[in-house]
Design a protein around this ligand. Structure first.
Ligand code: GCW
Length: 699
């Protein structure tokens, strides 16, 4: 009898446990950080008791934005309460949206504070405009989702940067350049008639982290995207995203007046060219009154530009800026390097643009990549930051991981961006301070994959980009914990483990791909996997050999006064510091110096020993991440746990491959034995050289 009841009880406990563990919906990542999974314990009891409602909207004034804020609050609170819709009690706390009278462009911040109205509890979200209220609503949900009691939520926030932008390198045929998360989310073919609801979910995710601008197409742009049929499609996107505070930008091809207008030239001084752009801008504004403007890649990697006519970048940008007038902005990219110019590639953008300081129109922004080369796992900050005080300069970061493993494994990029944002330029402050009046753009990592970003952890990079553009002072760790709490679990120990994995992951990638300031050693074209041996490409500066300069005598790129002199582009105090290997940050050592393999480092090791140790540290770092993740099995839903386990298994292979191929190649150059205790590469160098990936994605 007793034994039978014991069994029944045990079964009941097991069934209850299984039910509790079963998620309400499949954890496929689609919900991103907006899952609003039910709170636990006291936090759950408290939110149920508060029973918040959103009954009053001051100045509703027919605002789709406020309707969205209201829906988000209702939906989010119900989710956090573990209900399918919010429950009302006699004592419900009112959430008041108090949003000024303007429709705004999302530049404004918000204040969240508890208050009492006739003895009843309330929380007021106050903002100068409706988008500010939407941001405040998402901030409130974020705080609740982290377990903060409603009555204790107080916020007073304003975005640090006016422009918080995603740049899509999406082509109109659906292929995404350097995209590793499937096809483009924008189905141009069926627009404007059909708008995929996913595009609204995309805007919602962006709004939740404060992103307020999107360039919809690849900077390697097709002229036809300026045709009327595309303007109609863009207008449909703009209409869908406007309530979320997002303005659309279009990448424009500089030669479009020839391709579309039949003109014999695209010379920015030609009156017919000016008139063509003026008419084009007017046509776009007639369809999209709040059109953001043009993003332009000119005279770079084969794209047309003003230099084709002997005109400067400033002349080209200003001609387009005049066409937009005070309605919009030209975002002109500083990523240029020339096939004819044989000087150090990393010095060319500065040489080209710095002398133009003060010549750009007020509605031109210069968009500068974080480093002078190209989104490498680590680069010193770009010398243009601080060097153009009379120009509006914004930062361009890359969220998609072109050079950091693409969509395999984990590389959390907040530490990379923080490193640049916090870098002191020696000329008017940190990179964050210099770009704060303008903004920050990130090359998007979003695609048609169900989880949006290819791997679940890549969503953290989208999230962190938005959070840092909103507030560059946030720490990488706080952002990681915040994201993981909303994405996976609020369990403190699990959060600590996940945050630790994330925080070390980028340095781990640096260690196994390019330690000590080495860069651009990736496979040609697709940039996947190691290929430091490639020396024979048509253009010198496309070869990994060009960047590492390894020979029997040493390794590294001498950019000092004795070498390419690129170092002189930095402020004198910084250049002085980096001109001596002994005072150079070891993380940038081989970026600035060519040193003998026997060069002694502060660690006491020789350069060769340190390199080997770094590669081993990279491999060990990935192994540690995999072990840490395995330990989280009880805390994470099975579906995502398994997916990430598989991602990390791929990264373990890749880390070993990078280590082994790199060591084998350096050995073939320096003829040195491996430092004691270093395991030999698994395969001979020739085997690594034979590996080819013509089908690698994203090219
Ligand atoms: O990082 C490089 C990429 C190109 C890209 C270019 C750029 C859009 O390899 O694919 O082109 O930079 O930023 O313009």
């Amino acid at each position: 009898m007793m034994r039978g009841r014991g069994l029944v009880n045990r079964l009941a406990v097991i069934v209850a446990a299984l039910l509790a563990a079963a998620p309400l919906h499949a954890e496929d990542g689609y919900a991103l950080w907006l899952r609003h999974a039910p709170l636990e314990g006291e936090a759950l009891a408290a939110l149920r008791a508060e029973a918040p409602i959103v009954p009053v909207i001051v100045d509703r004034a027919d605002s789709p934005t406020l309707a969205i804020a209201e829906t988000e609050l209702r939906r989010g609170i119900a989710g956090l309460q573990g209900h399918d819709r919010p429950r009302l009690t006699a004592d419900s706390t009112e959430i008041i949206l108090d949003c000024g009278t303007t429709r705004g462009d999302g530049a404004a911040g918000f204040v969240i504070a508890p208050e009492r109205i006739e003895g009843r509890r309330a929380v007021r979200i106050a903002a100068a405009d409706h988008v500010g209220c939407l941001y405040g609503s998402f901030a409130l949900l974020r705080a609740l989702g982290e377990g903060t009691p409603l009555s204790e939520i107080r916020r007073d926030e304003a975005p640090a940067m006016p422009l918080r932008m995603l740049d899509h390198w999406d082509n109109p045929d659906g292929h995404v350049e350097r995209g590793y998360a499937g096809r483009s989310i924008i189905d141009w073919w069926h627009l404007p008639d059909k708008l995929d609801p996913r595009l609204v979910d995309y805007a919602r995710a962006n709004a939740s982290i404060g992103i307020n601008a999107v360039a919809v197409n690849n900077v390697n742009a097709k002229a036809f995207m300026l045709e009327p049929r595309y303007i109609a499609r863009l207008a449909r996107l703009a209409d869908a995203w406007r309530p979320y505070g997002i303005r659309v930008f279009l990448s424009a091809r500089f030669s479009a007046p020839m391709e579309l207008g039949g003109l014999p030239t695209a010379d920015p001084r030609d009156p017919a060219v000016k008139a063509w752009w003026q008419a084009k801008a007017d046509e776009i504004y007639a369809a999209i009154p709040d059109f953001g403007g043009f993003l332009v890649k000119a005279n770079s990697e084969g794209q047309p530009g003003p230099q084709d006519y002997g005109r400067s970048h400033a002349e080209g940008a200003n001609m387009l800026a005049a066409a937009l007038g005070d309605r919009g902005t030209v975002i002109w990219r500083a990523f240029v390097y020339s096939p004819e110019d044989t000087s150090d590639r990393t010095a060319q953008a500065y040489a080209e643009f710095q002398p133009l300081d003060g010549q750009f129109a007020l509605n031109v922004i210069l968009q500068v990549k974080n480093g002078a080369l190209d989104f490498q796992p680590r680069e010193p900050f770009h010398p243009l930051f601080g060097a153009m005080p009379r120009t509006r300069v914004m930062l361009e970061a890359q969220i998609t991981r072109e050079y950091l493993g693409q969509a395999s494994g984990i590389a959390y990029l907040a530490p990379l961006w923080k490193e640049v944002l916090e870098a002191q330029t020696g000329r008017g402050g940190s990179v964050a301070q210099i770009t704060a009046p303008v903004g920050m753009a990130g090359v998007a990592n979003v695609g048609s994959d169900r989880n949006w970003t290819g791997t679940h952890f890549d969503a953290a990079n989208w999230y962190a980009f938005g959070r840092l553009a909103w507030n560059p002072a946030l720490s990488s760790e706080d952002i990681a914990r915040e994201w993981a709490a909303q994405t996976f679990t609020r369990d403190d120990q699990a959060l600590g483990t996940i945050a630790a994995m994330m925080l070390g992951s980028r340095e781990t990638v640096v260690d196994y791909t390019g330690p000590l300031g080495l860069a651009h050693l990736m496979g040609t074209g697709h940039h996947y996997g190691p290929a430091p041996w490639v020396c024979d490409l048509g253009r010198a500066d496309w070869n990994p050999c060009y960047y590492h300069r390894a020979d029997k005598g040493g390794i590294g790129f001498d950019r000092t006064a004795a070498g390419s002199k690129a170092l002189a582009q930095y402020a004198p105090a910084i250049a002085a510091n980096w001109s001596d290997p002994a005072t150079t940050d070891p993380r940038y050592l081989l970026w600035f110096h060519h040193l003998p393999w026997s060069h002694r480092l502060p660690s006491g090791r020789t350069l060769w020993e340190e390199l080997a140790a770094r590669y081993d540290a990279g491999v060990a770092g990935v192994d540690r991440m995999a072990a840490a993740w395995a330990s989280l099995a009880p805390a994470i839903d099975a579906e995502r746990h398994a997916a990430i386990t598989a991602d990390l298994a791929i990264q373990r292979k890749e880390a070993r491959w990078w280590r082994d191929a790199s060591l084998a190649y350096w050995q073939s150059v320096n003829g040195l034995a491996l430092p004691p205790g270093t395991a030999p590469p698994a395969e001979p160098l020739a085997a690594y050289k034979l590996r080819a990936f013509p089908e690698a994605p994203g090219q």
